[in-house]
Design a protein around this ligand. Sequence first.
Ligand SMILES: [Fe+2]
Length: 286
Amino acid sequence: MRLAVFADIHANSEALSTCLAYADHVGADGYVFLGDHITDCPYPQRTLRLMRDAAQRKPSWMLRGNREDVLIRHHEHPQEDWKPSSATGSLLYTYENLSAEDIQYLKRMPIASAIDLPGCPPLSIAHATPVSNTALVYPGSEALDAVLRTCPHPAMLSGHSHFQFRYESEGKQFVNPGSVGMPFYGQPMAQFALVSCQGRRWTVRMINVDYDKESQIRQFEESGLIETARIWALATIKTIRSGGRWAIECRQLAARRSPNGEYSERAWEEAARELGIIDQDGQLIP
Ligand SMILES: [Fe+2]
């Protein structure tokens, strides 16, 4: 039994379709989607379609991530002030490109679950941790050791940090497959993991695969996402091309420059220029 484990796709459908083809080529028997399937890249329904199609072909497990939570909350309490801007335009774009049925599809997903297959040790799965959709855990940290201490199963699959790693503690293993669509660390490739049940243990193979990044980037122009979420979208393109936490770092710097909490576009532009995301003319630095 071999499972392909995907986390943090962030609507990068080009990266996901390459990963799915790779997984099928090496004979994956099922798919695990750990959440943050959408937001950041354009055309979120393309990613959801790939996931629904995958689930028709093979056994699949789907969790919802913190980004799905944000979209569901907005659907239920739409008074939040989302508008075309670098701060909230990307979320607004994604929300406006989903149907009510898509929201219900995401809402039915749990934030954590377990996979119990005949002849294989059970696996815990979570977007971040079993009790939090936003906790960041890294290898060697007390926080991760504590998660493993209370984990009822010998292995856990979890995403959210966009950091691909395998870690052992408390006699249990923790696997973060990295990020399919938005890698923050290492090479700018689509990342996922293959986990294979071999007797009493799951063995792990981390995959980093190149894909048609420029095709994905062209979609930002065609879709209008750049107009709706200018600096956030440009920083996201930079992450696709080079890896790194560009959009998050830009938001942090813009926040420091907006002491009143307004996140002005001017603060975003200045931050993006300082970080080398855009040039003096406001154009993306390739
Ligand atoms: Fe996440």
